[in-house]
Structure formats: C-alpha cells, structure tokens
Design a protein around this ligand. Structure first.
Ligand code: DAH
Length: 336
C-alpha cells in the first residue's frame, strides 16, 4: 500500500506540473481528487490492508490527500490570476476601429455622368482593345504613312506595327467593320502617350469617343448634340464656341470651347488669359474613313467627337495636377 501511495504521489506531482490551463486542471481533479479518483479508490482499499499496517497506511494516505489538494489549490490560484491579468488587458472604453468606406474614383464619376447624358440621347456604349495595330490606330483613320500627325501622338510601340492606342478613335473603325449604319455609339477607354509626365500630361489617360453614322447626318446635329451634352454637364447657362481645327479623320473639324469656370470669361491662369477652355475635338467623318470600312460614301454621312475625361474632371473639380488622378492617394480620393 505504501508503495502504491508513493507512486500515485509522484504521478500526481508530475501531472500537476504539466497543467497549463483550467481544462487540464479539471481533468487532473477528476483523475486524482474526485469521489471516483485514484486517491478515493485507495481509501476504499484501506479495509483490505492487514490491521497492523492499517494505521500507517491511513496516515500516509491522508498526507497524500492533503498534499495533492493543497498543490492543486495553489495551481488553481495562479491560473486564475494569470487569466485575470489577460482579461484586464482588454480596455472596453477604447473607441472602436474605424471602417473606411470606399468611393468611386472621380474619373469614373465623371465617366458615369458622361455616359448617363449620352445614353439619354440614344447612344450605346462600345469598347475596344488597348493594344492596337497601326492600321486601326492610324491608317484606317486617314493618317497616311509618314503623315506628320502621327508624330503628334507620341506613340508607345510594342513592335513596328503593334502599339498602345493613342486615342479611342480606332474603335470607331472596329465598330464600323462589324456593323452597318445607323450607328450611334460612345466609346470610353484608356489611351497611352509617350509624353513627359507633368502637372498637365501623363503617360496614360482616358477618352470618350463618339460616333454617329446614318443617311443625312449634318454638322448642325453635331453642334446641337454637343451643346446639349455640355449644358447638362456644366450647367445650362454655359457659353460655348466652335473653332475650326484639323484631324485627319474628320472634315471639316472643330474644337469646342466653353467659358472658363474660374474667371467666367475674364481671363485667368487656368484659361491662360483667353477666357475659354477647350473641352473636345469633333468633326464630320472623312469619306476616306468610310471607304476604309467599305461604307458607301455617297449614301452615308456621320460625325465624330473625342474628349479627355481627365481634363473634364480637372475642370469640374478644380484639380490642378493630373498626376493626382493616378497616384491613388487616399487623402485625395476621399474628398470625392
Ligand atoms: N482622337 C482625337 C485625339 O486624341 C480626338 C478626336 C478629335 C476624336 C476629333 C474624334 C474627333 O472623334 O472627331 O486628339
């Protein structure tokens, strides 16, 4: 009996050493100290011990129970203390973590507005590839080889005949290649130019192209549509003018100006003293462009226009550096 008591004592003490949390502690209690535990079992066996050895065995057993119980109590107290300490590290009075709510990028807000206006006038939305071939980006748009206008569009070339599109106009060609008139589409998308990065120009930006082809489309309709568009975007009191211009794919061509939003026409830094701001290029589709997609140039006429979304966004919100639109700095974006 005394040997068994010693073994159980050793076991109990090493087991208790291993206890690191309250679950293990409870398992220990059930194993050794509970009513059906190892120590209680030994008390039950005491009656089988020869009567001359019983007093010594009883005494040793009592000592075992007291020892194990007091070690158990001590362990329990230290475990409770550490868990209290851990709990006290949680400060319930701290303010909660803030969840940032995202918002639409100002460029996409402008684009949504442009789309809404043109969809309301019966246009649909088309898109095309950002990696283009020379044919769609230049040749089919009536830029002959070696035409100086090609140089104006600082192109990123991928290979001799493959490039990053410099404007959304090549999608005009792609739409007309797969579809017969009447066509009335707007084409938003990214375009790329190998320009020195500055407050006014970036190596990529966004354009919205417009194309309307049918029988009897004329310049008056082009002006009427663009004026209706600009009044919805900038307000109905807007003043505007069309200036003659040049693009290889339109004839005649024009640029549309609106009065400067900052000085209302008096002349300032933003409009460089002229009182006017250019917002888009436009014109009647050149018959050479129709020929390149196989349209009957006697039957069809059309107009096209193109505008930069960055420029319109900068004018709308008074942003003076185009790079802000690409840096994705949260302090800037969260203002919109
Ligand atoms: N593609 C021209 C550019 O990037 C913009 C443009 C001008 C588009 C006149 C047109 C247009 O469709 O008719 O500068």
């Amino acid at each position: 009996m005394l040997d068994t008591i010693n073994i159980i004592k050793q076991n109990a003490l090493t087991e208790l050493e291993k206890v690191t949390d309250v679950q293990l502690l409870d398992a220990f209690r059930i194993n050794f100290l509970a009513r059906k535990g190892q120590i209680a079992e030994l008390f039950d066996k005491l009656k089988d011990v020869p009567s001359d050895q019983r007093p010594a065995a009883g005494k040793a057993l009592n000592e075992l129970r007291v020892l194990v119980q007091s070690n158990f109590d001590e362990k329990k107290a230290t475990l409770e203390q550490t868990s209290n300490k851990r709990a006290s590290k949680i400060d319930l009075s701290l303010p909660g973590r803030k969840h940032w709510v995202g918002s639409k990028h100002p460029l996409m807000q402008t684009l949504d507005e442009i789309k809404r206006i043109f969809l309301g006038m019966g246009f649909t939305v088309e898109t095309g590839p950002e990696i283009e071939d020379d044919y769609h980006n230049f040749e089919a748009l009536n830029f002959p080889p070696d035409h100086p206008a090609r140089d104006m569009q600082d192109t990123f070339f991928i290979s001799e005949k493959v490039l990053l599109r410099t404007h959304t106009s090549p999608v005009q060609i792609r739409v007309m290649e797969k579809q017969q008139p009447p066509i009335r589409v707007i084409i938003p998308g990214r375009v790329y130019r190998n320009e020195a990065v500055s407050a006014r120009s970036y190596c990529l930006f966004h354009q919205v192209e417009g194309l309307y082809v049918d029988t009897h489309v004329n310049f008056a309709e082009l002006k009427g549509t663009l004026v209706a568009f600009a009044k919805q975007l900038y307000g109905s009191s807007l003043k505007y003018r069309f200036r003659p211009s040049f693009f290889p794919f339109t004839e005649p061509s024009a640029e549309m100006d609106i009065t400067c939003f900052l000085c209302h026409g008096k002349g300032c830094r933003v409009c460089k003293g002229s009182g006017w701001l250019e917002i888009l290029g436009c014109g009647m589709v050149d018959p050479n462009v129709f020929s390149s997609v196989g349209y009957d140039t006697e039957k069809y006429t059309g107009y096209a226009f193109g505008m930069g979304i960055e420029r319109i966004t900068m004018l709308r919100y008074g942003i003076d550096d185009i790079r802000l639109l690409f840096e994705n700095e949260i302090r800037f974006l969260s203002q919109f």
